[in-house]
Design a protein around this ligand. Structure first.
Ligand SMILES: Cc1cc2nc3c(=O)[nH]c(=O)nc-3n(C[C@H](O)[C@H](O)[C@H](O)COP(=O)(O)O)c2cc1C
Length: 319
């Protein structure tokens, strides 16, 4: 029912990608999402290439379904990870934090599908020209590093501007968001925050519970002044960061304050000093459940809703 160019291209059952989240998206989470019919993605973050090689190996022990690796282009190990992905036969690469331009030729030669995250129309148009296979259009509602435009406005503008298929990200947490994204012209969705609150995510329970408890305005942006804004749940760390920003602290000072904070939240469960990266959708997440259920609930809601709309149309015809 939800067959699109994305399901055909990636050879997956449902057009649902799990965001490649640094520290969060380990082989356990990615394998669970792929097994459930979506596309699981290992988040390489700033990890060295050998760590990612090991993650790929462990994922392959858990599933034989397609999966991807997310490469943060600002990582000092980005080039080595491109090499590992090509050697290991990884079918899909998503990229964050910039343009993957210089790696496109090599990835294509190894038959790897390239799907960058884009925050603007101009970057989507440029990357289409450079030969990427699809783009992930991420709105400012998302967790982690963000752009300025909303999913609602950006997705249809990019749908109109390019011919390659589009995956919508940012603010999608259930079947309603999934259907809304498809209505905007997306042929798939990428979901991050909802999967942080999955049973399989190797994320400290304190972090997961903080998302479950979060209300509508709790996911806040820091770092606007640095040019690298990040959305995370409000806590002692975000307050300190904003205070420094308001006092015109130097970039070095802010970078120092921010470094290692996501790991502190994910691994140590420090919900005061860690960065609890999360999207605005946190206010919608009320439980921690297996990936199979997260995906199953999204798909069954969407199917029922479409059935309902179809029946209404039929009913109208009868009158
Ligand atoms: C904890 C966390 C870490 C993230 N790390 C990355 C990353 O390393 N690379 C990347 O491209 N996107 C990253 N993202 C963005 C996600 O891949 C995804 O696009 C985003 O979460 C979608 O929005 P949502 O949170 O509203 O679902 C991260 C998001 C979160 C919540």
């Amino acid at each position: 029912m939800f067959r699109t160019r994305i399901t055909d291209m990636l050879n997956i059952r449902y057009p649902i990608l799990q965001g490649g989240m640094a520290w969060v998206a380990t082989h356990e989470l990615a394998a669970a999402v792929s097994e459930a019919g979506g596309l699981g993605i290992i988040g390489a973050g700033n990890a060295p290439a050998e760590v990612i090689k090991e993650e790929i190996k462990k994922l392959k022990e858990l599933t034989d379904k397609p999966f991807g690796v997310n490469i943060m282009l600002m990582s000092p190990f980005a080039e080595d990870i491109v090499g590992i992905v090509c050697d290991e036969g990884v079918p899909v690469v998503t990229t964050g934090a910039g343009s993957p331009g210089k790696y496109i030729k090599k990835l294509k030669e190894h038959n790897v599908k390239i799907i960058p995250v884009v925050p603007t129309v101009s970057l989507a148009v440029r990357l289409e020209r450079e030969g990427v296979d699809a783009v992930i259009v991420e709105g400012t509602e998302a967790g982690g590093h963000i752009g300025e435009l909303t999913t609602m406005t950006l997705v249809p503008q990019i749908v109109d501007a390019v011919k390659i298929p589009i995956i919508a990200a940012g603010g999608i947490g259930d079947g309603r968001g999934f259907l809304a994204a498809l209505s905007l012209g997306a042929e798939g969705v990428q979901i991050g925050t909802r999967f942080v609150c999955s049973t399989e995510a190797k994320v400290h329970i304190n972090y997961k519970e903080a998302i479950v408890k979060a209300k509508d305005r709790d996911a806040q942006v820091t770092g606007r002044s640095t040019g690298h804004p990040v959305r995370a749940l409000k806590n002692k760390f975000t307050r300190e960061f904003l205070e420094l920003e308001n006092n015109n602290a130097s970039l070095e000072e802010l970078e120092l304050l921010g470094s290692g904070r996501l790991k502190l939240a994910v691994v140590e469960g420090d919900i005061n000093k860690g960065s609890l990266m999360s999207g605005q959708v946190a206010g919608l997440i009320k439980d921690i459940k297996p990936c199979k259920e997260i995906i199953g609930d999204i798909v069954s809601y969407a199917e029922k809703k479409l059935d309902f709309l179809h029946l209404l149309k039929e009913g109208d015809k009868d009158e």
